[in-house]
Write a new protein. Structure first.
Length: 520
């Protein structure tokens, strides 16, 4: 069965991402587009647009050619948007990386992407230089003055003539983020201008956000922050308040101070909203919409956090390879207020999906769990330098494997239950780690939890839990085992419990199970 979006298809203009994002910049004019939460300094829509054009022209003057790659290795700063779109307007490609990447990870990405230059913070420059020792990097830019690098502000202040580079939106790359995909080593995700424009067109369809206020603490180097809290506000005429890092108290303070209306979250932050005593100390009444993505959200946690902040939390689902989104709890449908706990919403416009039996590829019917396959104009062109993995990921008809397990209900709502590669096989029966994690989080003294499968001679695999308990709590392993046993089927019971201080997670909030396996 092929599922289609219940929302009308949207037109995708044949333009570059920069032209699409800045189409109405002159209309928004001097209104604040980006505000630095720590200083209050702001950039208007015109300043962002003109700044990006100057960056493009300055790069062209420095000899940049179409297809050249800039690596941005940096936390969120207001000028990130000027750099990102300046490179795009110059016909270049941006590859983004976390500043917490290991030297080996960063060195691989810089080599694999063919990056010509790096843009970072002065404090991060020495470490990145070491990681880039065996790469072809020949230019260094920094957000701020430092020896041995060109200050980015010099590009913004450039009096170079406007750069004009012809872009083929369906062919030319705009962004090259790195993702592990369904499994394995990180790979360069080739996102064209058309891919990213198609996604933004679907995201903004029927839901104008002029005058809304976003809080951008999700990293711009990740597709979630890049598209939702950087590109969408610029396109829509909304304001983006930028935080360099996540801190719960600062997040709550900024919501109150800047009267934030749109909040995009990941599950660990939803967990904090549900359990932290700080929440009651701040006025969150300005919030109009709260979304959560990047990883499945337990329904009980979703409802608890929503009740705590007085606003329902809507789920969305997507991946880097889809330029951001696949499904969303839509505000553009007649039943927009209908939120199903645990559901990640309905397909975005222009998207299709199938659910298949993982081993055979046979289509499954409504209500049956299987691997989720998707197709649409926002699906990546492929993996850089890796045609074999591209062919394994995307078939000849354009269907992309997500590596996620889930099902559609009879109203077209998608429920994502787990990762295909993370399912635990207990005597051949599948146990979803996310389900057990949801049960663990129901315990009032459990602050956070993760579950992995470990080898067992008799049963093949068994579930092992890693648990963070509330400070001062007196929980023991037997207490945890008994709590879960009373709530799950016999084959789903935990085999063992490890108590740890923190669950390792990626910047987007996904549990790093490989780290837990290494410590198991």
């Amino acid at each position: 069965m092929i599922y289609s979006s219940p929302r009308p298809a949207v037109d995708i203009p044949p333009v570059s991402l920069g032209d699409y994002v800045f189409e109405h910049a002159s209309r928004w004019g001097d209104r604040p587009a980006i505000i630095d939460a720590s200083t209050g300094h702001s950039l208007s829509f015109v300043e962002v647009h003109v700044g990006a054009q100057r960056v493009a022209a300055a790069l062209a003057q420095r000899g940049w050619r179409k297809g050249d790659v800039l690596a941005i290795v940096c936390p969120n700063v207001p000028e990130f948007a000027l750099a990102f779109h300046g490179v795009g307007l110059a016909g270049g490609v941006v590859t983004t990386a976390s500043p917490s990447s290991s030297p080996a990870e960063l060195a691989f990405q810089l080599r694999d992407s063919g990056a010509r230059a790096v843009l970072t913070l002065p404090a991060l420059l020495p470490g990145i230089r070491q990681a880039a020792a065996d790469t072809d990097i020949d230019e260094w830019f920094t957000f701020g003055p430092t020896d041995g690098a060109v200050e980015f502000a010099n590009l913004v202040r450039s009096d170079a003539l406007r750069c004009s580079v012809a872009v083929d939106p369906r062919v030319d790359l705009m962004a090259l983020p790195y993702s592990s995909g369904t499994t394995g080593r990180a790979k360069g995700v080739m996102l064209t201008h058309h891919n990213m424009v198609a996604m933004l067109a679907a995201v903004t369809a029927g839901t104008p956000h002029v005058g809304e206020v976003y809080l951008a603490f999700l990293p711009f180097f990740h597709i979630y922050g890049m598209q939702v809290t950087m590109n969408r506000p610029l396109r829509d005429g909304a304001c983006c308040v930028v935080m360099r890092r996540f801190d719960l108290a600062e997040l709550l303070q900024n919501i109150e101070r800047y009267r934030v209306t749109q909040l995009s979250l990941v599950p660990p932050i939803v967990l904090a909203l549900a359990k932290s005593p700080l929440v009651e100390q701040y006025d969150l009444s300005s919030l109009r919409r709260v979304n959560c993505g990047a990883a499945p959200l337990d329904p009980t946690l979703q409802q608890a956090a929503g009740a705590r902040i007085g606003l329902p939390i809507r789920q969305a689902y997507g991946m880097t390879e889809s330029s951001l989104g696949i499904t969303v709890t839509s505000s553009a449908l007649p039943d927009a207020d209908k939120i199903k706990p645990g559901a990640s919403g309905v397909l975005y416009p222009n998207m299709q999906a199938r659910v298949v039996e993982p081993d055979t590829g046979q289509n499954l019917t409504t209500g049956h769990k299987g691997e989720i396959l998707v197709r649409g104009p926002n699906i990546m062109r492929g993996y850089l330098h890796n045609p074999q993995m591209t062919d394994e990921m995307i078939d000849a008809e354009g269907w992309m494997r997500t590596g996620d397990i889930g099902y559609f209900d009879d109203e077209g709502y998608l429920f994502v239950t787990d990762r295909l590669k993370e399912l635990i096989k207990v005597k051949g029966r599948q146990v979803a780690p996310a389900m057990l994690e949801g049960v663990l989080l129901e315990h009032p003294d459990v602050v956070d939890a993760a579950v992995i499968g470990v080898a067992d001679e008799e049963r093949g695999e068994v579930p092992r839990a890693f648990v963070v308990v509330r400070p001062g709590g007196a929980l023991g392993a037997d207490d945890i085992l008994a709590f879960v046993e009373a709530r799950v089927a016999p084959y789903e019971r935990l085999h063992s419990v490890n108590f740890i201080e923190q669950i390792p997670k990626s910047p987007s909030g996904k549990i790093l199970r490989r780290v837990l396996r290494g410590s198991a």
